[in-house]
Design a protein around this ligand. Structure first.
Ligand code: TXA
Ligand code: MG
Length: 352
């Protein structure tokens, strides 16, 4: 930190409020001076620093308690800036994906020398992203710098999708926290690597696998997306090997048809003092230990509420287990929901 205490600055999501741009100007100065700024994106909140300043980048790892071998995403305001930091021009697949940006999509490409190895954790490739969120893009623009930013949570905790999540984890660790409201997508960007012969999906997210296949043809899905890494197996995305997204409460996943899930949950509600995360259709019971994630017909709402629900289970009193119902398939955004929830539950799943 370069300030004595964390400054929390509230702005309206479209920057229409009085003084909003001045607040971002202040935050941009902090970035230029080597400080840390937490800011909203359309996916989750990020904890940003000047990507060209090794010392500032190193302080991100300290603030989060992040493992040194887990690389960071570099954020730019304009897709035309990607080639300044990564080799993108002349790469047909990179061109196709760049045209989709701004988007909840991160592309891994060979890095240029200007990006320090502290950002990439020693790798020769760098992850690049152009966020859609207006506040994020304005902050980057005003700083005139590329901003490296992981999710603004303490390592291991659920990613932050609301300002209070960031304040809970980063007060006293970041110089500035910009409160720009709730994140629309609710889970992190899709990470795809173009550093293989066939593009490889390393982390599913807001930009779906189906859409990537439509654009690029064949896309391989990394084993680590839905499976637990085997002893000694090296992940393609270093982030995949760490304990992730877990609340203090232990999470047990439940998967099955609505009929079976309803039966299971009504038994649990009677016999055990547990928390429940489920779709609207899964139970008639209404109590303060049930977190409803919208309809089975709209998994986007589940994605949006998921991290908040995981954090909120720790606020439910007297429970030590939460049963979380999964969508029935891994289509669309549900692939990302599975990927996060499997980790939050340490792959503990009941198939009904
Ligand atoms: O939506 C998002 O992507 C958010 C917002 C703030 O932009 N950021 C985010 O960053 O989720 P983080 O650090 O929590 O996750 C980045 C993931 C990690 O799993 C990391 O290992 C992987 O991307 N990654 C980053 N650079 C990489 C690289 N050069 N090669 C392989 N994986 C990389
Ligand atoms: Mg993260």
């Amino acid at each position: 930190m370069i300030l004595d205490e964390t400054k929390i600055l509230k702005v309206s999501p479209d920057l229409s409020g009085e003084g909003d741009v001045e607040k971002l100007q202040f935050a941009a100065e902090i970035i230029k001076k080597g400080g840390l700024v937490a800011f909203p994106t359309e996916t989750v909140y990020g904890l940003g620093a000047n990507a060209l300043d090794e010392k500032a980048v190193a302080s991100i790892f300290t603030a989060k308690g992040r493992a040194q071998d887990n690389p960071l995403i570099v954020h730019v305001a304009d897709r035309g800036d990607i080639d300044k930091y990564a080799f993108a021009d002349g790469n047909g697949k990179a061109d196709i994906l760049r045209k989709q940006m701004p988007a909840p999509l991160t592309v891994i490409l060979p890095k240029r020398d200007i990006i320090p190895f502290t950002v990439t954790a020693g790798l020769g490739n760098v992850a690049m992203r152009v966020p859609q969120n207006v506040v994020a893009r304005k902050l980057i623009e005003l700083s005139g710098l590329p901003i490296s930013a992981p999710s603004a949570n303490l390592s291991g905790k659920p990613s932050p999708t609301k300002a209070w999540h960031v304040i809970a984890d980063m007060n006293g660790r970041a110089d500035v926290i910009i409160d720009g409201g709730d994140c629309a997508v609710g889970l992190e960007s899709t990470v795809i690597s173009l550093c293989y012969d066939i593009p490889r999906l390393l982390r599913p997210g807001g930009f779906t696998y189906e859409k990537l296949c439509e654009l690029l043809g064949k896309v391989e899905i990394s084993d680590a997306v839905l499976e637990q890494l085997k002893e000694g197996q090296k992940p393609e995305s270093p982030g995949m090997k760490y304990k992730h997204y877990a609340p203090e409460t232990s999470v047990i996943l439940v998967k099955g048809s609505m009929f079976k899930v309803r039966e299971f949950l009504s038994g649990k509600c009677e016999d055990e003092k547990c928390g429940i995360i489920c779709f609207d259709e899964d139970t008639d019971a209404r109590c303060d230990r049930i977190l409803v994630m919208g309809s089975r017909k709209n998994e986007q709402e589940y994605a949006e509420k998921m991290f908040d629900a995981l954090r909120s289970t720790d606020l439910l009193s007297g429970i030590d287990t939460v049963y979380a119902v999964l969508p029935e398939t891994t289509d669309g955004i549900s692939l990302a929901i599975y990927n996060r929830m499997l980790r939050a539950a340490a792959f503990n799943i009941i198939e009904l």
